[in-house]
Design a protein around this ligand. Structure first.
Ligand code: PAF
Length: 281
């Protein structure tokens, strides 16, 4: 496995792989890799011939109250895991390599970035969109892999490719869960043991939404209420939102469609968890 810290090293490695006829796959990450990330690298290994993993803790997607300096950066461990999972190249630039001093151009996302996660993290998705656009320009992949767990991020990345004409196939990879249903996330480590017990209710509320949307006796509004009530039934769980939206613009739905997504965010102590489930009717 190769590693690169500069843009030119990445471009040379990718150009060589392309010259050998290889299909380039990219897995953007912020490091501190867990089994969810490794499943993306493994999927990239299956679906492409040259797998580029990027590890970059992107400062522009952190809000002023979010502690960028405390974000874990276990680089040596991450590199080992990337190698075991089948990466060919890991790009781990420092901040000045990615961001010029006082950049004049950034990517700004429309109203898709203002709801749900965007409502409580202003500027977050503009930061994600800017860095993903830059990483796509640096790596130039044919295909890129993202977890379904961050569903709003995934929708925004699809919109970047559509609206900014990137010829990149975006593959959504299934959420990896603990045995009791909790979606894997680096934030799970911050849960107290009581919150960890309560946390399974997020997945249960999504399963409830799936079950009830498949039956006709409840409106989507009633189902939303039932999701909320179930979340509130667990000690220490504070719902932020629990609703059913369309899969592209993530607008709240009043009527069923053939493909919908139930999305949830809840606070458990200081930890905010998100999860979602795509439902086909
Ligand atoms: O999902 C993440 O880890 C990040 O938001 C991403 C896509 C790597 C951009 O920094």
């Amino acid at each position: 496995m190769q590693t690169a810290k500069t843009i030119s090293e990445v471009r040379i490695a990718v150009r060589n792989a392309q010259a050998a006829g290889k299909r380039i796959g990219c897995v953007p990450t912020m490091g501190a890799l867990h089994a969810g990330h490794l499943s993306l690298i493994e999927k990239a290994r299956q679906d492409s011939d040259f797998v580029v993993v990027t590890i970059f803790v992107n400062p522009t997607q952190f809000g002023p109250s979010e502690d960028l300096s405390k974000y874990p950066r276990p680089l040596q461990r991450d590199l080992k895991l990337c190698e075991q999972a089948g990466a060919d190249l890991v790009f781990h630039p420092d901040v000045p390599t990615i961001y010029q001093k006082e950049p004049q151009i950034t990517v700004s996302v429309g109203d898709l970035a203002t709801r749900w996660e965007g409502a409580s993290r202003p500027g977050h998705f503009d930061g994600v969109a800017t860095v993903v656009t830059k990483l796509f320009n640096i790596v130039g992949p044919d295909v890129a892999f993202f977890g379904q767990k961050d569903f709003q991020q995934l929708s925004i990345i699809r919109a970047i490719c559509k609206d900014l004409d990137f010829p990149i196939e975006i593959i959504s990879c299934p959420t990896i869960r603990e045995e009791d249903g909790l979606a894997l996330s680096s934030r799970n480590a911050y849960l107290s043991s009581a919150s960890r017990k309560s946390s399974t209710v997020l997945y249960q509320a999504l399963c409830l939404a799936e079950e009830l949307t498949q039956r006709d006796e409840f409106t989507l509004e009633q189902i939303r209420h039932k999701m909320h009530s179930l979340l509130l039934s667990q000690p220490g769980v504070e719902p932020v939102y629990a609703t059913i939206v369309d899969t592209e613009r993530l607008e709240e739905l009043e009527q069923r469609q053939t493909k919908i997504v139930a999305i949830i965010a809840a606070k458990l102590g200081q930890t905010r968890l998100i999860d979602n489930m795509i439902i086909r009717l």
